[in-house]
Design a protein around this ligand. Sequence first.
Ligand SMILES: C[S@@+](CC[C@H](N)C(=O)[O-])C[C@H]1O[C@@H](n2cnc3c(N)ncnc32)[C@H](O)[C@@H]1O
Length: 249
Amino acid sequence: MKTVSQTLFFTLCARANDPRFHDPMAEEIVRTHPEISQHSPDWITQKIITHRASFFDGQIRRIKKNNPTTNLALINLGGGLCSRFQRVKKDISNSIHLDFPEVIEALKDLFPVTASHLISADLNDQDWIGQVKNALNESETPVFCLEGVSMYLDKTPLLNLFNMLPTNFSRGFIVCDLLHPFFQHRAYIVRSVAQVGASFHSGVTSTKEIIDAAPLLKLDHARPPFVPTGLPQIPPFNLYQFAIFSWGL
Ligand SMILES: C[S@@+](CC[C@H](N)C(=O)[O-])C[C@H]1O[C@@H](n2cnc3c(N)ncnc32)[C@H](O)[C@@H]1O
């Protein structure tokens, strides 16, 4: 498995190990494959990861609550071994899980049930978009999740990804987390990432950079973890932040 893909083990362990985060599928995988536990992150990293996973799950629920008659399709880009399709199953009508081929193979081995559609693809290429389109029904509004992934993509494909969404899907949402370029090639700062030898390939200084690259997107909101929205996108508030964009709605 690629070094970047090995990062999925510490997010899986974080969700399995945090007693305040409910992820029975993660717990079961770690219980039946105890060797995976060696990837358990330290307590603070675990909290950051589960806080982020709760935020992403919460956004799907919020979008559904605000659009109760809309059929939502969850599209987990770089989904790793995330069972979000199960955790929010009441709020979605379709689920698509995309990652590198070897991750999709591992997921098929480890998960008792999977998302409705599994897509093996590299987000640095553009072929994945057609595969996602084929798995979506006309009536569905896609909600893309890019959780713990943007920093591993090269900058041009990352900005292209945002730009391609509104040109290929008539409406939708994307929930993502963004790391400042300060961290680019400084993955050693984050111990769990350094441990597997993965590298941060890109960063974003502000959500304006994304809107400039993808002007059809509208920023719904952005904020660093653990604090309210509305803070200026300057250091230290823009070192790491969550953002939600929408279009066509
Ligand atoms: C830190 S893990 C996060 C996994 C999952 N989103 C979660 O929160 O548990 C990063 C994931 O991004 C995937 N990834 C990184 N670069 C990718 C790319 N170019 N194309 C597809 N997946 C990628 C990795 O394989 C890995 O599963």
